[in-house]
Design a protein around this ligand. Sequence first.
Ligand SMILES: Cc1cc2nc3c(=O)[nH]c(=O)nc-3n(C[C@H](O)[C@H](O)[C@H](O)COP(=O)(O)OP(=O)(O)OC[C@H]3O[C@@H](n4cnc5c(N)ncnc54)[C@H](O)[C@@H]3O)c2cc1C
Length: 348
Amino acid sequence: MLLARDHGHNVTIIAKHMPGDYDIEYASPWAGANSLPVGKPNSTQQTYETVTWRELERLARDHPETGIHFQNNFIYRREKDANSPIGDWFRELVREDAWFKDVLPNFRILPKNELPPGMDGGTNFTTVCINTALYLPWLASQCLKHGAKIRRGVVQHVADAADLHHSGKRADLVVNATGLSSLKLGGVEDTTMYPARGQITIVRNDPGIMASTSGTDDGGDEALYIMHRAAGGGTVLGGCLQVGNWESQVDPNLATRIMKRAVALCPQLVPEGAGIEALDIVRHGVGLRPMRKDGIRVEREVIKGPDGKSVPVVHNYGHAGYGYQTAYGCSEAVVKLVDAALQTKAKL
Ligand SMILES: Cc1cc2nc3c(=O)[nH]c(=O)nc-3n(C[C@H](O)[C@H](O)[C@H](O)COP(=O)(O)OP(=O)(O)OC[C@H]3O[C@@H](n4cnc5c(N)ncnc54)[C@H](O)[C@@H]3O)c2cc1C
């Protein structure tokens, strides 16, 4: 979007899946989605998350049509989760001296008398929840508004995308944002990519808060998070982080555990004394987080296609479980690489 809106580039977007599709090869619709920073202090990811927060905050404040709203968020920590897969993922998030305490508003450490049973610590701050069913079409519309053309297409080799520009001419540059498919996409084949399966249940019940814990007693890769989406998007109950698991189908036993854990942490989800039978289910879902061993890849290279022709490519993939909360930071970095690559090309 930034390439077309702020930099006047003539953009064609080619994608196998579009907003409105629900498919295991398309992670974005399945996300909660929220902004809970997990990058290490002084890392590139910290910069991405900080830059992105500013924009998400602006959109939540000034643009309700994006489907983003503010949420009162609670993070709960248990000592025993410190070395579990979820504990590892949430390492920076659960810190009482978190680097983002001066970035996200209203950060405070929870006193003991505000902790649910079994929790050793916790924090409370304001963040956002994004209704992806509204936000993804809004993004597509913004691209159209600023002159980009959107087409369905399946690309076998990344360099082939250069021949799919709507002008009919060969594109000067390709941006590769194919998520987990960068594992198999010709010319990329990044074997450090792998899935981390996430399963969710969306319900009509409203908990009134957003909450996550550092782990559960149901296994180190099972998570507990609750977030209420804006504008009638329902409440997302999660979840899990099943590394290397490609299964696209809902596990009904896991769905039951997800709902039980959510009601136990947040009894106000259901009428007093009721159990999970009082949850009004919209749907269950499964998405695959596009994990990458060394984190997000925003990088530029020149790739030769099967036809022997080369094209500059700027990569933007490997956003794991933080694609929304890093999106604008990554996009800014992509724009810089694109402009630099096109300037270099113009001088040749
Ligand atoms: C359950 C779950 C919860 C999550 N919660 C959050 C959260 O709360 N906050 C957060 O920030 N992130 C969250 N995430 C992570 C976030 O959803 C991802 O990081 C993000 O959606 C990745 O976006 P992407 O565009 O890189 O990949 P995708 O959304 O998978 O999109 C890839 C696109 O590339 C297209 N494509 C791929 N290969 C080809 C090809 N060969 N030819 C043409 N098109 C192709 C696809 O069709 C698709 O349009 C969550 C993820 C899951 C699964």
